[in-house]
Design a binder for this molecule. Structure first.
Ligand code: MLT
Length: 318
């Protein structure tokens, strides 16, 4: 009887109840950007009448509050999580984590990979990476580096970059890199390592100084193609790319999961979605990586990859 009920429920899923994509950071930031672009494409993929809304639930290390909200939500397929690399970092960085990344979520598929850019306030008196390093050396103890809080993507990049350049900076945490960007453009903070989904338009508009991209190869996005890689700029062996995936609470009916993954796969091929993401330097994943099993395997590999890095950095949050 229960199976029949679940089957019936999946049959008419999503029904008239909206699907909520929870974004664990403030509105207007890179995670929010991905979720809103994806919501648009999934709405079309589900026949245009599906109501898909984005809800920002910011706070906690690495967007913990939003992630936990979904882990504890009713597993009916109407509350989903769009999240990034923090899902690979939570197990090693957050003590007393209120959920298990590997078992408290259903994996609905990967979405994209997003490069990061190292940017500075417009008044910063360094006009290339070499001058930035000299400025850092000359201003030890006085440099502020913004991020979206411990375990955020901007924190990870900033932490790795600080140890690579060997200069400790004061970190200023925000509820997301949208508010961080506002303060950077206003000169309240000096530096930010953030995803191209959030920085492309500010770099194009010359609202910030741009020093390098964190990818192995230069980007092709017109506004970013002249940015050197950190490797070219002399900062060897430093690469960070931020990946995003979609998740449902554990126990979401398999037929509902399949419907959501099918819609995701169609959305990832949506020409408008692809154009928007490419225009912001993001790389939408191929079919294989949007398979739930591949998604879970990838996150498990990321958990293993980040664990020694976090332990070596001695960075923890409760
Ligand atoms: C992060 O830095 O982890 C997030 O991308 C911040 C955000 O999405 O606002």
């Amino acid at each position: 009887l229960a199976a029949a009920a679940a089957g019936a429920q999946a049959q008419d899923f999503p029904g008239s109840k909206p699907i909520t994509l929870v974004v664990p950071f403030a509105a207007g930031g890179p995670t929010d950007r991905v979720a809103r672009d994806l919501a648009e494409a999934m709405r079309k993929a589900m026949g245009g009448n599906a109501s898909i809304v984005v809800e920002n639930a910011a706070g906690g290390p690495g967007g913990l509050i939003g992630a936990n909200k979904v882990a504890k939500a009713n597993p009916d397929g109407h509350t989903l999580l769009v999240h990034h690399i923090a899902m690979g970092v939570f197990p090693s960085l957050v003590r007393n984590l209120p959920f298990k990344v590997e078992t408290d979520f259903e994996y609905l598929g990967m979405i994209n990979d997003v490069p990061m850019t190292l940017i500075g306030k417009p008044q910063l008196p360094a006009n290339n990476y070499k001058e930035l390093i000299s400025w850092l050396q000359a201003n030890k103890g006085k440099v502020n580096l913004a991020n979206a809080g411990i375990a955020s993507a901007s924190h990870l990049c900033g932490m790795l970059w600080q140890s690579a350049v060997g200069v400790d900076m004061t970190t200023v945490p925000y509820k997301g890199t949208a508010p961080a960007m506002t303060d950077l453009m206003g000169g309240q903070v000096d530096l930010l390592c953030d995803q191209t989904t959030n920085t492309t338009s500010q770099i194009e508009g010359k609202k910030v100084k741009a020093y390098a991209v964190t990818t192995a190869k230069r980007l092709t996005t017109p506004a970013l193609k002249d940015l050197p890689t950190l490797d070219e700029a002399g900062q060897k062996n430093f690469q960070v790319t931020i990946w995003h995936g979609m998740y449902a609470p554990k126990g979401t009916p398999a037929a509902v999961q399949k419907k959501l993954n099918d819609a995701l796969k169609v959305a990832l091929k949506d020409p408008e979605f692809l154009k928007k993401q490419e225009g912001l330097g993001a790389v939408v994943v191929s079919d294989k990586r949007s398979d739930p099993a591949e998604h879970k395997k990838f996150v498990q590999a990321e958990i293993a990859k980040w664990s020694p890095v976090i332990k070596a950095a001695g960075v923890y949050a409760d």
